[in-house]
Design a protein around this ligand. Structure first.
Ligand code: SAH
Length: 277
């Protein structure tokens, strides 16, 4: 995705759904903010020190700047300690070209090749926070399988791998699928499954998913995603307010009674495209 537009305050909330967004049964609701305690970055980092993703070399040099990024995320309103912890552990500079590495911890989107971009850290954190807020989890419990549409360079998949049980990530561009595989090899994340294909079809073999997160936005959410979402699951995706219009974040919850959704702040993601290339 490319640089999201500034949010209208935080947390931005829209109490009415946009006309163009899919509106199946159910009342639009604002998703609950995560109830995790206020961010204590130190506490978050200390919680799982054994799984810190700082293998060798550059990792140590980047630790301080990454933790400064986490402080900024907390100041911007990211509350979930699990998310802050994961953002502090994944070495974002390993996912961008060497020439861009010095910008890796700035709150900016960056090119990753083939006309695509890695999302701003703030947007990655925000979307994962929304995803995890689907339902309260017991101490030590993780959200189950999550489907990511748009692997890109693999950064968000790496962050997700630290907070959910399994990540299935689909990319339609062969070049980026290969690049993500290369980038992620370094981290050895056995719970990340990279798939090459058209994510508009979801990935039925991994369904049902506790969560679906999209890094590319279309005019509507493909029915396949809703079908592949578990009852009790949550989908977070950019969606256009009207055909070709500006995007907002959609949070959709699938319940036994139907589907409920909320539209949140404006975002600006690359387009969701069909087919592979
Ligand atoms: N999460 C990524 C962001 C990548 S940008 C990261 O951390 O780097 C969004 C990606 O979505 C692009 O790579 C684009 O090729 C991909 N994309 C767009 N439409 C898609 C589709 N139908 N299926 C799979 N990937 C898609």
């Amino acid at each position: 995705m490319s640089a999201p537009r500034p949010r209208p305050g935080f947390p931005a909330r829209l109490d009415r759904p946009a006309e163009a967004a899919p509106r199946p049964r159910g009342q639009a609701t604002v998703p609950p903010r995560n109830s995790a305690p206020a961010p204590a970055r130190e506490a978050a980092v200390a919680r799982q020190p054994q799984t810190r993703l700082t293998p060798q070399g550059l990792g140590l040099d980047s630790q301080a700047v990454r933790l400064a990024m986490v402080d900024k995320l907390a100041a911007q309103g990211i509350r979930d300690a699990r998310v802050l912890d994961a953002m502090g552990r994944v070495e974002r500079h390993r996912f961008v070209d060497t020439g861009l590495a010095t910008q890796a911890y700035e709150d900016t989107s960056l090119p990753i090749g083939l006309g695509q971009t890695i999302s701003k850290p703030n947007v990655v954190a925000r979307m994962i926070e929304l995803l995890l807020a689907a339902r309260p989890l017991r101490e030590g419990e993780r959200m189950g399988r999550v489907l990511e549409i748009g692997t890109g360079c693999g950064y968000q998949a790496a962050v997700l791998s630290l907070v959910v049980q399994e990540v299935y990530s689909v990319e339609r561009l062969r070049g980026l699928h290969d690049k993500a595989r290369e980038n992620l090899r370094h981290f050895r994340l056995p719970n990340v499954h990279l798939l090459f294909g058209d994510g508009m079809e979801g990935y039925a073999r991994g369904a049902p998913y506790a969560g679906i997160i999209a890094a590319a936005g279309g005019d509507a959410v493909p029915q396949a995603w809703i079908d592949q979402l578990a009852v009790g699951g949550r989908l977070v995706a950019p969606v256009a307010r009207a055909a070709g219009a500006a995007q907002v974040l959609l949070v959709l919850d699938k319940t036994a009674a139907g589907v409920q959704h909320s539209l949140l702040e404006a975002v600006h993601f690359v387009p969701l495209k069909s087919g592979i290339a």
